[in-house]
Design a binder for this molecule. Structure first.
Ligand code: URP
Ligand code: ZN
Ligand code: ZN
Ligand code: ZN
Length: 472
């Protein structure tokens, strides 16, 4: 089965070139200067599918390295299953996800890993890998870190918040980091000071400040900066590579930037919500509306300039990549558990479908270059998490995960229009994007064609990841 994509502009993180892309089976066979594929080559006889990409960008499929499909959290489950969530991802030009296996205290890490395989197998529209959450750093968890590495899990998330649920203390974190330093894996950190947050939440509720807005006020930037600094120091001590997830505060970015300037293997991820949305406009919406945007770390104050600074950090590479932290909950029956007490609102926002579009709007708005768009959403995620070469690049030998993106197209985001996530609202309602995902190929097979999903449930395969290819 051969496919030829002609007339498009191939965009890699390293540059942009007019080229045709020949796909043979599941992989890219050649990237050819325009028209040369037709010289002495009988297209009709040799190619099964011809795709005209004239006027459009041909980019490596998006990689969303932070998702929580059907995650058990806050007394309920994230509302997208692997089936609905990966299909929505495909609609939005994302062809791989890395999802988090959850271990709660007392649970066996390997059992949980096997359980996540059961949830995902046979259900995914696109390829997927796993990170492992560790809530209980005991001897068996440390042994499991070696076993999981052999299974393609090369990154482990720890939490400095959510006492009694996910939180590890500094001794446990240091222990896990020592293991990561010795086996080469990556420590991912939810960096917020849980003790400060728990106190402020208690005080807010006691004072009758129960609306979603207080979710933001009780998780101040100081709690994020402090934890980020502490995590960096523990990583410095142990030599473990550190990847700080869902960074929202500009002060946390500064901590990461300072460590990177010293040559430490410290990386930062932000999410579209921290680039576009704010404490004032979204969390502060009237009544209970703000619950739609309750996530942690929280949306930050626009008056304090966090969003502006975050775009800047994407240009300077103080922040290296953008994932969604896709963790959707419906308003009805899930978010509404927190009416009268914001601390009971399940934490999370659903965005897996919109990341490529939202970041492309950053290109249109001249916040980032076209190549940086690809780097932030595909190439760096692939390198950071040991998938590069097969993923994250349009080059011979790579998996043919390809998106044809129309810069003259348009996407109106909202429930019932472009929305395929299993949610009863959109955190991005009313966003207008000056671009459009036209065609999506997953390992050589067209899965989105114009405005039609033509993929097959279960075609997505588990990706056994290697060690990070981003370390110095
Ligand atoms: O609010 C969030 N971020 N929910 C998902 C869990 C996490 O901490 O990443
Ligand atoms: Zn987190
Ligand atoms: Zn998350
Ligand atoms: Zn279009």
């Amino acid at each position: 089965m051969k496919t030829l994509i002609t007339g498009g502009t191939v965009v890699n993180s390293t540059g942009t070139v007019a080229a045709d892309v020949l796909i043979d089976g599941e992989t890219i066979a050649a990237v050819l200067s325009p028209g040369s594929s037709l010289l002495g080559f009988d297209v009709a006889a040799n190619v099964d599918t011809l795709i005209d990409a004239t006027g459009r960008y041909v980019i490596p499929g998006g990689i969303d390295a932070h998702t929580h499909m059907e995650m058990p959290f806050g007394g309920t489950f994230a509302s997208d299953t692997f089936e609905t969530g990966t299909r929505a991802a495909a609609w939005g030009g994302t062809t791989s996800i890395v999802d988090f296996v959850v271990q709660y205290a007392g649970e066996n890490v390997i059992d949980q890993f096997n359980l996540w395989h059961t949830k995902a197998a046979g259900n995914c529209a696109i390829d997927y890998g796993f990170h492992q959450i560790l809530s209980d750093v005991q001897d068996s968890s440390l042994t499991a870190m070696d076993e999981l590495l052999a299974e393609g899990v090369s990154s482990f998330k720890l939490f400095m918040a959510y006492k009694g649920v996910f939180l590890s203390d500094d001794g446990q974190i240091t222990k896990a980091m020592q293991k990561a330093a010795s086996n080469g894996s990556m420590i991912m950190m939810h960096a917020e000071n849980g003790s400060i947050i728990d106190l402020l939440v208690q005080q807010a509720i006691a004072a009758g400040n129960t609306s979603p807005y207080y979710h933001g006020l009780t998780r101040p930037w100081q709690a994020e900066e402090e934890a980020t600094h502490r995590a960096i120091m523990m990583a410095n001590l142990t030599g473990a590579p550190l990847y700080v997830v869902h960074v929202s505060a500009k002060q946390a970015v500064e901590q990461i930037a300072a460590a990177r300037d010293q040559g430490q293997n410290v990386f930062g991820e932000t999410c579209p919500q921290y680039l576009y949305l704010s404490l004032e406009e979204q969390l502060g919406a009237p009544g209970f509306e703000g619950a739609k945007w309750v996530c942690s770390t929280p949306l930050r104050s626009r008056a304090e300039g966090h969003q502006h600074h975050m775009w800047q950090s994407l240009r300077t590479n103080d922040i290296q990549m953008v994932s969604t932290d896709h963790c959707p909950f419906c308003m009805k029956g899930q978010k509404d558990m927190g009416i009268g007490d914001f601390s009971k609102i399940p934490n999370g926002i659903g965005s897996v479908e919109h990341r490529m579009d939202l970041l492309f709007q950053g290109v249109v708005d001249r916040q980032i270059t076209l190549e940086r768009w690809v780097e932030l959403t595909s190439t760096t995620p692939a390198r950071m998490f040991g998938m590069y070469g097969r993923k994250g690049v349009i080059q011979p030998g790579a998996d043919a995960d390809v998106v044809i993106y129309d810069p003259k197209g348009h996407t109106s985001i909202g429930v019932g229009r472009t929305h395929h996530m299993n949610m009863d609202y959109s955190a991005w309602e009313g966003f207008e994007i000056d671009g459009h995902v036209d065609t999506v190929l997953s390992r050589g097979k067209v899965i989105v064609d114009g405005n039609q999903y033509v993929g097959t449930k279960g075609d997505g395969r588990y990706f056994k990841r290697g060690l990070s290819q981003y370390l110095i």
